[in-house]
Design a binder for this molecule. Structure first.
Ligand SMILES: Nc1ncnc2c1ncn2[C@@H]1O[C@H](COP(=O)(O)OP(=O)(O)OP(=O)(O)O)[C@@H](O)[C@H]1O
Ligand code: NI
Length: 313
């Protein structure tokens, strides 16, 4: 449509790289590079899945967005929130309010605090007991559980307390870190449907997971992270058939490794962050790789519906 100004994405991460300064005796400094040119955008009402194997940098990315990195961390690149730079000061202001995290582990609950109070404390005591009960209803927590301590809750209920806490202050962006990990299928599908509902209400949801199948049940698009780099961003609809519509060989391999697609495992291992060699980080496992891939890092190619980092895609 002409004349209609396109709304800026809720969150935009552009070419974000992250290194840690290592403590070294002597004169020279040593750096450990982790995230490397990460690009991701999330709009209101959108679920974006960030998919990657263990150690690919998913939680680092979440922490970078939330401003929760240790003091030896150095970031380059940009993070925008509604088109404005998300500075450390803004992160502090928005964190826990407009941008919230659903942590990976239920260990993040305070073991000495009853469930109802956990949620009221997450809301900085700005909500009444009545509102807390409404939140409990929203995440399908029985009223009686508000008086229970975390150890008395089932794993699924504890997850729901984390989720209720994360929405207590009506956030705009919810970052869910492996929220379906370690729960049974039933709880996982309930968690997924809650995340989907949040997006339907206009929030942006970043769903971090290594489970591409779970991601595809709710995500509008999938960001694939490999060894700290976003190698592909593709709409969920491109994950079909043999993966012909997917562009990056790693994304194709992830798709083809699913039991429903023939269970073709990918040989080799993802390099550890900090030990990624020059060139394309996927080259050593890629059947398409040629000399160039071992020498030069592919740039990010943007196409209509997504982006890809591969010379041959
Ligand atoms: N504070 C730090 N200093 C140096 N390196 C770090 C630091 N935190 C994380 N890393 C490095 O970054 C890597 C990726 O960590 P991250 O937790 O982001 O992975 P992940 O994709 O979330 O994995 P998982 O699926 O297992 O949760 C780690 O393996 C580690 O090598
Ligand atoms: Ni993680």
């Amino acid at each position: 449509m002409t004349g209609v100004k396109k709304e800026k994405p809720l969150l935009e991460v552009l070419d974000l790289s992250l290194s840690f300064k290592k403590i070294k005796r002597g004169l020279h400094e040593e750096w450990q590079d982790t995230l490397n040119h990460v690009n991701i955008a999330i709009s209101k009402g959108e679920v974006v899945a960030v998919v990657g194997a263990s150690g690919s940098g998913k939680s680092l990315l979440a922490n970078a967005i939330l401003g929760l990195l240790p003091s030896n961390a150095y970031l380059s690149g940009k993070i925008f929130y509604y088109g404005e730079p998300l500075t450390g000061r803004e992160q502090k202001k928005l964190r826990g309010k407009k941008i919230t995290l659903i942590p990976q582990s239920i260990q993040s609950l305070d073991p000495r605090m009853k469930a109802g109070k956990q949620v009221r404390v997450a809301a900085h005591s700005k909500i009444s007991k009545k509102s807390q009960r409404k939140l409990f209803e929203r995440v399908k927590l029985p009223r009686a559980s508000e008086k229970q301590y975390p150890f008395q809750l089932s794993g699924g209920m504890a997850k729901r307390v984390l989720i209720a806490s994360s929405i207590a202050r009506d956030p705009e962006l919810i970052i869910a870190d492996e929220s379906t990990l370690g729960v049974d299928d039933y709880v996982a599908s309930e968690v997924l449907s809650l995340l989907k509902q949040f997006a339907k209400k206009g929030k942006g949801v970043m769903f971090i997971t290594h489970d591409i199948k779970a991601a595809l049940t709710i995500a509008h698009k999938v960001v694939v992270l490999y060894a700290g780099t976003t190698v592909e961003v593709a709409p969920s609809s491109h994950f079909e058939g043999n993966g012909e519509k997917l562009r990056h060989p790693y994304t194709k391999a992830l798709w083809q490794a699913l039991p429903q697609n023939g269970f073709h495992p990918l040989q080799g291992e993802q390099p550890l962050l900090g030990q990624v060699k020059k060139g394309c980080s996927f080259a050593s496992r890629c059947s398409w790789a040629d000399d160039q891939c071992y020498e030069v890092t592919p740039s990010n190619k943007i196409y209509d519906e997504g982006q890809v980092r591969c010379f041959h895609a």
